[in-house]
Design a protein around this ligand. Structure first.
Ligand SMILES: [Cu+2]
Length: 496
């Protein structure tokens, strides 16, 4: 086995095939694209192939291209540090694959022989586990038992035949690396489509990060999280799921983090048609609109998009519908206002010991987690200045830029109501940034929408034909402006 692998590596390295996955051209991918539904029939494909399954779209993430080597479908994954822009202006240092966290989505068909070359460009050892795959033990990617970890700068070549179908994923089997982002979707399509066939097929991967203010690296030890992502983006930066009125839709939900997420859809009832173990028999399908996706689980849901409109799809944990939750820095914001009877220095909240980011005065996330927050804070949902909510000019330029900064509507006596404020400064006009997250898929949303879509939230936009066509047209124009994308050829044109 290992000598064959070594031989292969040499051949590939010699041929210069895999300096980077990005060298695979669109043409190569197209030529090797033997996936059902991907064949280009004539110049413009207008007719669906109703016997093969719909290809999966992963909003905000690319598909992983492949090449055929004989009868083997060959993929190349690079584990590496990445800069992931979670929302506009918030770039976080994560670890992922081929430039993103999560990594690109892999799609195969039942029966495929698959080879995946994994290069480790991380500063430490890693391993690649194929979650839920029925494959030989020495291909399982369990560090220390089925293989040695892949050393920094090293490579491991996995090869197996897949006789499964459903929603699977790949991830680093090093626990803290998982919390740095190291996962990607691995969809195994059936040879022939299920009935009823879905018209649209989406993947959403859920992750969570604890990123304290003024730092770009998540604290992977923390147990409470202030950035909750779908496919590496937090609302309102997610690209909505665009579907036509009347289409049957599948959404494949995958969760890898420290929390379980109850995912809820508005305006529709769905059925759970699959788990991380594959397809469920139709006799198990009961209607629902919220599905709990536990850690390391996948849930496929299907529904007919028979109710037009812009419908929220989101995790229903209240704290997962917010961005960047953290308490303020410094003694004034972390104690109960100005204490009476103290000298001016202390009364004003001047630091007497430690720094602004010390354990005592530093930023924290929610309740009792990590540095600086062993106790509940007796503080409200700032910013709080009696009767005078924070104004746009109070914000740093970077934040103000592109934000709409409308005034929240609060009653005259708001400050006298115990509990105020709750959402007044965390949701709504103050947080709206429609222009910052503008993209074709957001066209026509109600102005100010983005102020209410933080955290694990996106839309399923169920559109009449003309609106749908318009958005696809805008998307095409946008694509023309950008350099080459790594999507599979044929894929996005399929439904036009
Ligand atoms: Cu959640």
């Amino acid at each position: 086995m290992s000598s064959r692998r070594g031989f292969l590596q040499n051949v590939l390295a010699g041929a210069g095939f895999f300096a980077s996955a990005k060298v695979l051209s669109a043409q190569e991918m197209q030529m090797s694209g033997d996936m059902p539904g991907m064949k280009m029939k004539g110049k413009k494909e207008t007719v669906h192939d109703h016997t093969s399954p719909a290809l999966t779209e992963t909003p905000d993430l690319p598909n992983l291209p492949w090449r055929m080597d004989g009868n083997v479908k060959e993929f190349h994954l690079i584990a590496e540090p990445v800069k992931q822009e979670i929302v506009p202006g918030r770039v976080v240092d994560l670890w992922g694959y081929n430039g993103s966290a999560p990594g690109p989505t892999i799609q195969v068909t039942r029966g495929d022989r698959v080879r995946i070359i994994v290069d480790n460009h991380l500063p430490e050892a890693t391993s690649m586990h194929w979650h839920g795959f029925d494959i030989p033990n020495d291909m399982d990617g369990s560090p220390g038992s089925s293989q040695d970890p892949i050393a920094p700068g090293g490579r491991f070549v996995y090869e197996f035949t897949l006789n499964q179908e459903g929603t699977y994923f790949y991830h680093s089997h090093m626990a803290m690396q998982e919390m740095m982002g190291m996962i990607g979707a691995f969809v195994m399509h059936p040879k022939e489509t299920y009935k009823p066939r879905v018209d649209r097929d989406f993947v959403i991967i859920m992750q969570e990060y604890a990123v304290l203010p003024n730092i770009n690296v998540p604290n992977s030890m923390n147990m409470e999280f202030n950035w909750l992502t779908f496919n590496g983006k937090s609302g309102p930066a997610n690209t909505p799921l665009i579907v036509r009125h009347g289409e049957r839709v599948r959404i494949r939900l995958i969760n890898l983090g420290m929390d379980h997420h109850p995912i809820h859809i508005h305006g529709h009832q769905f059925v759970v048609t699959g788990t991380e173990g594959g397809r469920q028999p139709e006799s198990t399908w009961g209607p629902g609109n919220t599905v709990l996706v536990g850690v390391a689980q996948a849930r496929d849901v299907e529904f007919v998009a028979n109710n037009p409109g812009d419908w929220m799809l989101h995790c229903h944990l209240p704290h997962h519908m917010m961005n960047q939750m953290s308490s303020m820095v410094g003694p004034m914001s972390r104690r109960n206002g100005m204490p009476p009877g103290l000298d001016m220095e202390r009364g004003m909240g001047m630091l007497r010991q430690g720094s602004a980011t010390s354990e005592e005065n530093g930023p924290s996330l929610g309740r009792g987690l990590g540095v600086g927050s062993t106790a509940e804070q007796t503080m409200s949902n700032s910013p709080l200045k009696a009767g005078n909510p924070m104004q746009p000019q109070d914000m740093p330029d970077r934040q103000r830029q592109g934000m709409q900064m409308g005034k929240p509507e609060v009653s005259k006596d708001a400050n006298s109501v115990p509990g105020f404020p709750q959402d007044a400064f965390m949701e709504g006009p103050m947080m709206a940034m429609d222009q910052m997250v503008d993209k074709p898929e957001n066209f026509g949303l109600r102005p100010g929408w983005s102020g209410f879509m933080a955290g694990m939230m996106t839309f399923v936009r169920v559109l009449p034909q003309d609106k749908y066509d318009h958005i696809i047209e805008l998307r095409e124009k946008e694509k023309g402006k950008k350099p080459m994308k790594m999507d599979m050829p044929g894929m996005e044109h399929k439904h036009e």
